[in-house]
Design a protein around this ligand. Structure first.
Ligand code: UDP
Ligand code: MG
Length: 325
């Protein structure tokens, strides 16, 4: 592990979607923390993910007052995963701390993260000790999801770890190289490797405003996570297919022997129907799973840019710089 040189820049990357209620407070709390760290320069880079409230005006105001503030204004709402890669593409730091705007990730942890970075860790993530203000069901479902993902994929997934983390330049460059459009960033963090360190923290409830997540979105994110990291469901189709075929062969043998010994018999309509329905269901389920992967191939094969930028620090972006290779 190499030593970190001084006078480097640390970027704080904040994706924002309709965060007018918290941005000012976020800025004040975070700048209070970074003002106390003299050894580094800081850049606060906000990505406005197509907000339709006053988020953009507040960001412009902040930049007017404080040149450490930068902003990237996306052309529409692309979702947090894409907003994060946009920020990673545009940030200038030698390391970056990814944080939510809603103060659920306490900025007071930045000094601790930086001290581990100085010790040579490349990816210092904050692991939730408790989840204030979240329902029992949300805690349980997220826990179960991590378990399943961990079982299915070969990559170690970090449970109870979100996007709140400090990433070294090496990690940032690795993430910049991954241009898939359907991003499951939490999995990408695991995939890239490097020296990882987890530190514990208590996740606060959202300071103000509303969460943009609902169970429909979370379910989709879970499917996203599984299908982007493992083809285990496809393999499961083969296994289930083999098993059913095996059972069918046994049953066939039983029918043949019974017919030879006792003669043929016609009844069996209900059992026939239930077997047909069952098989039809299994086939449709796996067709759906194949479709899920096919859809991903379709989306990735279009090679569109991941996002479009309207405005970077007051400059209109006409030529999109960071498009996919
Ligand atoms: N966010 C975003 N684009 C979106 C949804 C959310 O950039 O389409 C940002 C949001 O502004 C916040 C972070 O992602 O900074 C986390 O969102 P939120 O607090 O709603 O999620 P939760 O903490 O409930 O998981
Ligand atoms: Mg939140």
């Amino acid at each position: 592990m190499g030593e970190r040189k001084l006078s480097q820049t640390v970027s704080i990357l904040v994706p924002c979607y309709n965060e007018e209620a918290v941005l000012q407070e976020f800025y004040e709390r975070t700048s209070a923390v970074i003002d106390g760290i003299a050894a580094y320069d800081f850049e606060l880079i906000f990505v406005n993910d197509g907000s339709h409230d006053r988020t953009m005006e507040i960001l412009k105001e902040l930049r007017g007052k404080d040149k450490r503030v930068s902003y990237v204004d996306l052309s529409r709402n692309f979702g947090k995963e894409i907003a994060m890669i946009a920020g990673i593409d545009y940030l200038k730091g030698d390391a970056a701390v990814i944080m939510d705007a809603d103060l659920q990730d306490p900025p007071e942890m930045i000094p601790e993260m930086i001290s581990y970075w100085e010790q040579g860790y490349d990816d210092i993530s904050a692991k939730r000790r408790s989840r204030e203000g979240e329902t029992f069901f949300k805690k349980w479902s997220s826990h179960t999801f991590y378990r399943i993902l961990q079982k299915l994929s070969n990559i170690p997934v970090q449970p109870d770890v979100g996007d709140f983390r400090l990433l070294d330049k090496q990690c940032l460059n690795a993430l910049r190289m991954m241009r898939e459009s359907q991003r499951y960033t939490k999995g990408l963090f695991s995939w890239i490797g490097f020296n990882k360190k987890e530190i514990l923290f208590d996740r606060d409830a959202r300071a103000a405003g509303e969460t943009k997540w609902n169970y429909w979105k979370l379910t989709n994110l879970a499917i996203e996570g599984i299908t982007s990291f493992t083809i285990a469901p496809l393999r499961m189709a083969s296994f289930v297919g083999c098993m059913l075929a095996f059972v069918a062969i046994l049953y066939m043998a039983y029918i043949i022997i019974r017919t030879l010994l006792f003669g043929g018999s016609v009844p069996g309509y209900p059992s026939l129907l239930s077997v047909i329905l069952f098989m039809g269901g299994v086939q449709l389920l796996f067709l759906g799973i194949i479709g899920e992967y096919l859809g991903r191939i379709f989306n990735e094969s279009k090679f569109r840019p991941l996002y479009l930028v309207k405005d970077y620090n007051g400059e209109m972006v006409v030529e999109q710089r960071k498009v996919r290779d």
